[in-house]
Design a protein around this ligand. Structure first.
Ligand code: SF4
Length: 340
């Protein structure tokens, strides 16, 4: 396992399946796994989770394919689309090698009565064992009638009812994306539907993992899921976010950091320099976007010349608005250089 301590080195070594048939496969320790996740944050991609050791361990952990029930509330399905676009691993690998997706209204074949009946059956049969993924906010005003997920016995099932019913039966709950973590855009002022996040509905005691972002990065979801399967609940911060992905601010790892320190600020888009005067919310936003980047590690917002709009902040969008206006100077990080 020594080579796993240096994932970059590991990636340069060709390891065939037959090599592992000859010898006993050792599972990475949790510590090694976290290093893999962190190393993928150095631009190598979560594909490292698919080196043979991890893959075999995963297949063992997933012998009974832990069921996943994925419900969708007020949102735009962006987090699911983000996950479907994952290339390393592919969505097929996630669905067929790691989990058994039992319910997802967007991609499952079943619909209507049949789908709702399956949801009931699976959630009862696998009570205490399934992972519940919640995507989208939960409208709570007027009994939650502004978002329904189906019907039973001629009555609407609201997203609010679904979360309250399924949440306590789940082994763990992943609130995926800004809408599910804290309400996101549907909860933006004036929040006419009373949209809330999962924690606001079920309470802090529920086993909730918050994966923010608009959308959430596929690596954050897959890495969290793998951690859950292999080692249990990942270490979370006080906002229930996995520390392995959300410990540092965008600002700390930003390639424009030296511009910030030197006081070189872009005054218009396309100009070289730190984007803080153009409204960058990187100093108050925590995620590994600068290292992991998006679209299979190709690019990310600041890399493309756009200020961070703070979509991973658990107050997005209201607390990071207006997007393209500079943070008040008292909120600029320490060691700031005076404006020219
Ligand atoms: S303010 Fe934004 S652009 Fe400037 S260094 Fe920080 S994160 Fe990067």
């Amino acid at each position: 396992m020594e080579e796993l301590k240096n994932p970059k080195a590991k990636l340069s070594i060709e390891v065939s399946e037959s090599d592992f048939e000859k010898e006993e496969v050792m599972e990475p320790t949790r510590r090694e796994f976290l290093k893999l996740c962190a190393a993928s944050a150095a631009g190598l991609g979560i594909s490292q989770l698919y080196i043979p050791q991890v893959l075999r361990a995963l297949e063992r952990a997933a012998v009974s394919n832990p069921p996943v029930i994925w419900i969708q509330g007020a949102g735009d399905n962006g987090c699911l689309v983000s996950l479907l676009n994952t290339t390393h691993p592919t969505i097929a690998e996630v669905l067929f090698k790691i989990i058994s997706l039992q319910y997802n209204p967007t991609i499952m074949a079943g619909a209507g009565k049949m789908a709702i009946s399956h949801l009931d059956t699976v959630s009862e049969k696998t009570k205490g064992n399934f992972i519940l993924v919640v995507e989208g906010a939960i409208p709570t005003k007027d009994g939650g009638i502004y978002c329904t997920i189906g019907q039973k016995n001629g009555k609407h099932i609201t997203m609010l009812e679904a979360v309250k019913d399924l949440g306590p039966k789940a082994k763990a709950i992943i609130a995926l994306g800004a809408c599910a973590t804290h309400g996101g855009i549907p909860a933006g002022k004036p929040n006419p539907t009373g949209a809330k996040g999962v924690r606001d509905v079920l309470g802090k005691a529920a086993p909730i993992i918050n994966i923010p972002g608009c959308p959430a990065h596929p690596d954050w979801f897959v890495g969290t899921l793998v951690h859950l399967l292999m080692y249990g609940l990942p270490e979370l911060d006080d906002q229930a976010r996995p520390k392995m992905f959300f410990a540092d601010s965008i600002h700390q790892n930003c390639p424009n950091y030296s511009y910030y320190m030197e006081g070189q600020f872009a005054s218009k888009f396309g100009e070289k320099g730190c984007l803080i005067q153009l409204g960058c919310k990187g100093p108050m936003t925590y995620s590994d976007c600068p290292l992991r980047r998006w679209n299979s590690g190709v690019e990310w917002c600041i890399g493309a010349g756009a200020p961070c709009i703070g979509c991973c902040s658990l107050g997005f969008p209201d607390e990071v608005s207006p997007f393209y206006v500079s943070l008040p100077k008292e909120l600029w990080p320490e060691k700031q250089t005076e404006l020219a």
